[in-house]
Structures are given as C-alpha cells and as structure tokens.
Write a protein that binds this ligand. Structure first.
Ligand code: MSP
Length: 521
C-alpha cells in the first residue's frame, strides 16, 4: 500500500474504429512512463486508458461492415486495442469502454445533474458537422474543398466534406464559464501545458465562448438523454466523462475522492475539449477541475500529421516486431521534445537504436558485467579509496537522478531521459579512461580495478532503476544480472541517485545483449 501523494493520469480514450497507429502508441507510452515513474516513487498512482465507442463515426463504420455497432466495437477492442497495451508493455490500472454500464449510467446521472442545475436548455441548431472530428466546426476550421470535393465546404483537418445538420438540440451553457475559465488559467498557470498550448487556449476563451450542443437526435448510437429518450448525448460529453466514471464518480465516493482530480495527457488536436469544455462541465457540476492538461505534439511522417485516413499510419507492431517494445518506448520518448511535433523516420529509429541503445547503454551493461565475471569470478568487488574521477561519477548519478525527477514532474520524459543519459555517457567515458583491462594485468592494481568496476556496476544499478519506467524489459534483465534481490519496480526511484546501494559480494549473472544487432532486411 502506497503512502505517497495521489497521482491519477489518463490517456485520451481512443476511437476503436481506427486501427492503432504509432500516434496513439506515442500518447500511451508517454502516460505509461509517467505513471510508472510515479508508481516507483511511491505515489498513489492510477493510470487509465480506454476506448471511445459511441458516435456517428462508429455507427457508420459498423454499418459499412454489416454488423451492429456493439459487435463492431467489441471486435475492434478485443482484436486491436487490448493487444496494443501488450505490444507496448503498458501497465495500465484500468481500461474503460464507454459502452460499459458503469460509464453509461453515471453519464446520464451527470448530465441530469447539469440539467437540474439549470445549465442545459433546448434549442434549434443548424451547423456544419465533421464526422471525423465528431464536432460542429468553427468558421476557422472550414475550408473550400478541392478535387473531388470542389464546391463543397470541407474540414481543415480531415479534408472531407462537412454535413449540414439541422435539429433540435440540448445545449450546455458553456458561454457562462468564460470568466471562470480565464480565472482558472490565471491562478493555475500550469493548468494547461506547455506554454504554447496555454496561450492558444487562453486566446480561444478570450475571444468568447458559444454554448455547446450536447445532444443528437438523428441517430441512436449513444447514451440516451435521461429526460428525453429521443436524443443521445453528444459523444464528446460522453467521452470526457470517462475520466470521472472510471474512478467511481457516482458509485464509489471513496475511490473518487482518493483519485480525482486527474492529469490528462492529450494530443494537441483535442486540447480544447480537455482544457475548455471539460473543466466547464466539472465546474457546472460542482466538481474539482483536472489537476492539469498537457498537450503533446503530432508525430509527422514524411512531414504530415500521421493518420489512418491519410494512409501514413504505421502500426506499432511494425516497430516492436523488429526493435522490441523497449526501443519503441525509448525512441518516441527521447527523440521528440514532449509538447512539440516530431518527425518519425525508420532511419532515425535505426540510428538511435544502434548508437544509444546497442552501443551506448547495452554495451555498457554488457562489458561491465562481463569484466566482473572475468576479473572477479562474477562477484561484485568492493570499492576502496575513491579518486576525483570516481567522485565525478557519483555526482553525475546524483545530479541526473534529481534532474530526471524534476523533468518528470514537469511532464518532460524527453528531458528526463536526456538527464539519465549523462550517466551512460559518463560511465562509458570512465571505463575508457580507466582501462580496467590494463589494470587487470597488474596485481598491484587489484584494489583499483575493484573500485573502477564497483563504480561502473553501481552506476548501472542507478541506470536500471531510473530507466525502468521507460524500458521495463531491458532494465529488469539488467537488474537480475546485477544479482539484486527484490523486484526492480519496487526500488524507490527518488532515491536512485544515492551511492553505495549495490552490495559488494553480490553475484553477477551472465547478461545476453540487451539490444541485439538488427539484421537489415
Ligand atoms: N476519442 C477521442 C478522444 C476522447 S478523450 C475524452 C479521440 N480519439 S482518437 O482515437 O482520435 O485519438 C486521439 C489521440 O491519439 C490524440 O489526442 C493523440 O493523443 C493521439 N494521436 C493520434 N494521432 C496522432 C499523431 N499523428 N501524433 C501524435 N498523437 C496522435 O480523439
């Protein structure tokens, strides 16, 4: 039982009708690494992910495939979305599906509460809707179609024609929350991160908010509006509520009080829903707003935002089948500044795998354990008098551990990995400088050889602990090779920078290459 602070973190819930691609995988591994970090720090951590299963998009996809929407989503979730978590080695605590009764019933309750509080009214609506976005589009995101769509209005994101919808709708009085939202962004400057996302949200809200249509009557694949069964609840209202229903909103007050509020990690495409509509809904219900919303950038492939509809989608398994899940996680989390767009390319992935994982970290682990086996019969030697060079390593480890923790607090896994990598680089340089293979030839240098290899092994111990949220598999193997008792994931990560944890006399076991050479096809 953990005693630390509550840390509840979420991914967006994904539309199952798209097959998982590396963009979805990116958000998911970022959230998983943040959750693992906090869990290993002893914080009372909860990681949620799931699927967003209602709406017109799903209904149409099911119809096109000749099955009911429920059959359609069940198949996709089972065949594609649960396996994604395994592919990426994700340790989520829960998985919510918006078609589950635990969700549907509480959504009705929530919406009814807003209705009873006077925040919902009936009105007429006529606007252009994008089924891809599941959103009525604002002026700024409507453009003239080209090619086959010449003469039509299309969505700026999906480049597909918009549909003119005219119906009676229920509206949420979003416009009433403008001042309170601006106040929130002011008093909690970290509510929306990074800075660029915050600025965008603030200027959007400053320019004025319109009431939000929150029901649809033209189709029925959704949660019924409790006081008017001819309507279903707008899919985004339904979806956002997953973050609350999954932790016991309306059913388990103790669990809800323990977990809520959450941190939400989202792609910047869905920032406004999370940083504007969602906190306003919560305010209207008298609940706490989220602790924060962090918007990361887009993965670009060939310079374009990757998406299935644009045929640039790459399935995560295409990467993990060759490189493994650790490399996937490491690559996306280290190569892209979290919060900015980043380009994916196979060349970059291969180059970083080779340089940083195989030659950098992997080789350090391999040669350190091999030298302990060779020169000390596989038993970790004690360190004797430390030189200045040894102390520099100790300082590097302490500084890197502290910097990494701060970076994770700021939701910057990329900066955390960069900080931790100073240990890899320093230790590789240290071994080259100290030439243990030369020391081993001189009996008079036996104690010095022990100090050098203890220093390298103890540095590796710190690396295993610090890198375990990012690369759970390789670090677990390294942990076992270093002969440690207990599970790696139980090692307190905020103490990882302390020196002298590895006990001399511990047996080191053989280590196979952590990042084997990839044969080029
Ligand atoms: N169902 C909504 C979210 C509801 S949350 C209450 C949705 N789903 S989605 O399947 O389209 O997934 C959106 C998320 O996937 C993005 O916010 C982002 O986290 C991730 N990504 C999808 N494409 C991406 C890229 N090309 N690059 C990076 N992330 C991407 O929107």
């Amino acid at each position: 039982m953990s005693t630390g602070d509550s840390f509840y973190i979420t991914t967006p819930i994904y539309y199952p009708s798209d097959l998982p691609h590396i963009g979805h995988g990116y958000t998911t591994v970022a959230v998983d690494a943040l959750a693992r970090w906090h869990r290993q720090a002893g914080d009372d951590t909860w990681m949620l992910t799931g699927t967003d299963e209602h709406g017109q998009k799903m209904l149409r996809a099911a119809a096109a495939n000749g099955v009911t929407p429920q059959e359609w989503v069940d198949k996709l979730v089972t065949e594609s979305w649960f396996p994604l978590l395994e592919t990426l080695d994700v340790a989520n605590d829960d998985f919510i599906r918006t078609t589950q009764p635990r969700h549907e019933e509480r959504v009705q309750e929530f919406v009814k509460a807003l209705y009873d509080r006077g925040y919902i009214y009936a009105g007429e609506y006529e606007a252009l809707y994008c089924v891809g976005c599941e959103e009525f589009k604002p002026e700024a995101e409507i453009v003239d179609g080209t090619g086959a769509f010449e003469g039509l209005k299309v969505c700026a994101i999906h480049s597909k024609p918009l549909e003119l919808l005219q119906e009676k709708n229920y509206f949420f009085k979003l416009s009433e929350f403008q001042e309170r939202l601006l106040e929130l962004y002011k008093t909690e400057p970290d509510f929306v991160r990074p800075e660029s996302a915050r600025n965008e949200v603030v200027s959007f809200v400053r320019s004025g908010l319109k009431d939000l249509s929150i029901s649809r009557s033209a189709f029925d694949w959704g949660i019924t509006v409790p006081w008017d069964p001819s309507h279903v609840i707008y899919v985004w209202v339904d979806a956002l509520l997953n973050y609350a229903t999954a932790v016991g909103y309306g059913t388990d007050p103790e669990q809800f009080a323990r977990r809520w509020p959450a941190y939400h990690i989202v792609g910047k495409d869905i920032l406004r829903f999370h940083a504007v509509i969602w906190p306003a809904m919560l305010m209207a219900a008298g609940l706490d707003v989220p602790r924060g919303v962090f918007a990361h950038g887009w993965l670009l492939v060939g310079g374009e935002k990757m998406s299935k509809s644009k045929l640039t989608g790459i399935a995560p398994t295409e990467i993990t089948d060759t490189f493994g899940s650790d490399a996937y996680r490491f690559y996306f989390l280290s190569a892209i500044a979290f919060g900015q767009d980043g380009s994916f390319s196979w060349e970059d992935l291969s180059a970083r795998y080779q340089a940083e994982l195989a030659n950098g970290f992997g080789n350090l682990a391999l040669r350190t354990t091999a030298m302990i086996e060779k020169y000390f019969e596989g038993v970790v030697p004690p360190a004797s008098a430390y030189t200045d060079g040894d102390l520099v390593i100790q300082q590097t480890v302490a500084d890197a551990a502290a910097a990494a923790d701060q970076a994770m607090e700021r939701f910057r896994p990329d900066e955390a990995i960069a900080a931790i990598w100073t240990i890899v680089d320093a230790l590789n340089g240290y071994i080259t400088d100290n030439e243990p293979w030369a020391l081993a030839k001189d009996d008079a240098q036996r104690a010095r050889l022990g100090t050098v290899l203890y220093t390298a092994a103890e540095g590796l111990r710190a690396l295993a602990v610090l890198l375990s949220p990012f690369m759970p598999q390789a670090t677990a193997k390294l942990w076992i090779a270093l002969g440690h008792a207990g599970r790696l994931v139980d090692q307190p990560i905020r103490d990882a920078g302390a020196w002298g944890v590895l006990v001399p006399g511990t047996s080191v076991n053989g280590l196979a290459p952590l990042f084997p050479r990839i044969e080029q096809a």
